[in-house]
Structure formats: C-alpha cells, structure tokens
Design a protein around this ligand. Structure first.
Ligand SMILES: C[S@@+](CC[C@H](N)C(=O)[O-])C[C@H]1O[C@@H](n2cnc3c(N)ncnc32)[C@H](O)[C@@H]1O
Length: 293
C-alpha cells in the first residue's frame, strides 16, 4: 500500500524553502515595519505571490480596505485562503488562485491600486519570474501606485570558489572524460549555502544591477569595469541583494537570512591579476562573462 497516498498534500510540489522563508524573522519584521510605516488605511493593495498569506494579512491588519492577492500554485492558494479565514481577514482579502499574468488577463486585479507588493525574490533576484512579474506590475500600476520593493540592488564580487564551480561542472572521473555533460551546466547562477562556502574575493564589491519593477530597462545587459584587488583563479561571481521595502531593507547578505548567496559561474575558470582591469558583463538571466582589458 502507498503510505503517502492518504496524506492531505501527497504529490503536491510546494518548495521546502517556504518554511525557511516564513520563519525568517528579519525578513518578516522588515516587511511588517514597511507596511506599518506607509499608512495603508483604506488603501487598495495588489499582491503578486500570496504564499501562506503573511504580507496580505499584514496589509489587512494595518487597515487596508481591500487586498487582492494572486498565487499561481493552486494548493498554496487554497491553504492561504484557509489561513486567512483562521485569522479572520477573509472579508478584506481576496485570494486569486492564478498567476499574475492570468489574473490580469481575466480582469481579477484592479487597475491603479494604491500599492503593489511582491516578495518573489530568489538568491539571484530574477529566478522566480522577475521579468514576467515586472511586466505584469507595469500593466496595472497607475501614476500614483507605490511598488514594494521599490528597488532591489544586486551586489557581487569576483571570486575563487572551486567548490562552487565544481557543483556545476564535471571533467575527468575514473580517468574518463565526462565533460560532454557540461552542456547541462547552469549558465546563469545557482544558490550556494553561506555556511558551507567561503569564497575568496578577487575584487571589491560592485553594484551589478539595480532592479526597479517600473523601469523597462532594468534587465538590459550591463557592463562594468572591475579592478581585481588580488590575483588568483576566478571561478565566477558571488552575489547578494538588498531589497528596499519602503525605507526598510531586506538583504540576502545577512548571515541569518533564509536566502543563500548566488554563484554566477564563468564558462571556464580564468586567471586574474591584482591591479588589472576587467570588463564584467551580465545579462538579464544573471549569466556573466569576464574580459581582460
Ligand atoms: C517567495 S514566496 C513569498 C510568499 C509571500 N508573499 C511572503 O512574502 O510570505 C513567492 C510566492 O509567489 C508565487 N508566485 C511566483 N510568481 C508568481 C506569479 N507571477 N503570480 C502568482 N504567484 C506567483 C510562488 O508560487 C510563491 O508561493
């Protein structure tokens, strides 16, 4: 007999990071402080990505008259509805079990709400659908709509980190060349645990990109001149983000944050020299290239 078949959510894929995220007190406190500080009384709110419903309920708790929140995972949306009912906010929060794109197409979200909120950030910012979500936000935002977060800054540094590089590539094993498998290597970025990794920086921290959901050029390719401060083999770039929710900052850089660091691998490791200048290019997926000048 299949012992899991009778469990209520057997077979439903809900990423396990939801729990770590919901228990990230620093993140939660910053989001609550941002909502508490921006006078949401009688305001209309749209949220993209309900999760368990925490931000939606905070908006209602601080006085929003109507919260429209969409969640593309139907089972998560159903759970959020129940949680919202348990907490007594069902009268002011509508959970729409659809992606933001579908909810807009179906006319489920109001135009020009007072605030649009989304916390759909992964370690490298864009992996949870930033491009689509920013397009959707621009479709419904009015001239006075406040978007939270208003700005997400991604900072990074070139580094030696063989262990991170090896998580994403293979060469010789048992004397056999397996490098043909590298066509499946992740080119953009992947998460690496802060506790397990100690990358050796080869450059100072640089501002890689500023993301603004209302700005259509946020995803344009960027190019930076970087001066290496140490010599070594560069395996890629390690990055963090700082998201500005009103005047409150949520940062994946905090040791206690549930977000990991993002490692952006180079296609091939490259020697860099202290004092030498390099061009660092990054595309909208977070994939990087490094050219010595
Ligand atoms: C990182 S969780 C955050 C949940 C909640 N907002 C919070 O802060 O506690 C993001 C949620 O957004 C949902 N999501 C991502 N992109 C979405 C989209 N375009 N439309 C609707 N839901 C989306 C995911 O399924 C996930 O449950």
């Amino acid at each position: 007999m299949n012992q899991t078949a009778s469990l209520p959510c057997a077979g439903v894929k809900v990423p396990e990071w939801h729990f770590r995220m919901m228990r990230d007190n620093v993140r939660n406190a910053s989001i609550e402080a941002a909502i508490a500080s921006c006078n949401v009384v009688e305001k209309t709110i749209v949220e993209i990505g309900t999760g368990a419903g925490l931000p939606a309920m905070l908006f209602a708790k601080y006085g929003a008259s109507r919260v429209f929140t969409c969640e593309m995972n139907e089972r998560v949306a159903a759970a959020a509805r129940e949680i919202i009912r348990t907490n007594g906010f069902q009268g002011r929060i509508a959970v729409i079990a659809k992606s933001s794109r579908q909810a807009i197409l179906d006319g489920d979200l109001p135009s020009a709400p007072d605030i649009i909120f989304t916390e759909t950030l992964d370690a490298g910012v864009v992996g949870e659908g930033y491009e689509v979500i920013s397009e959707d936000i621009r479709k419904i935002a009015g001239p006075a709509t406040v978007v939270m977060p208003g700005l997400v800054r991604q900072v990074g540094f070139l580094c030696t980190d063989l262990r991170a590089f090896e998580q994403n590539s293979v060469f010789y094993e048992c004397g056999l060349d397996l490098s043909g498998f590298n066509l499946f290597s992740k080119r953009s970025y992947f998460s690496v645990g802060k506790d397990l990794h100690d990358p050796t920086p080869l450059s100072p921290l640089i501002l890689v990109r500023s993301y603004d959901y209302l700005n259509t050029s946020s995803l344009d390719p960027v190019e930076h001149q970087v001066v290496a401060h140490s010599s070594g083999i560069c395996h890629g770039m390690m990055s963090y983000f700082e998201a500005h929710f009103g005047q409150f900052l949520v940062s994946s850089r905090e040791r206690g944050s549930h977000w990991s660091m993002a490692f952006h691998p180079l296609l091939e490791p490259m020697p860099v020299e202290s004092g030498r200048h390099y061009f660092l290019k990054a595309d909208k997926s977070g994939s990087i290239g490094l050219i010595s000048i």
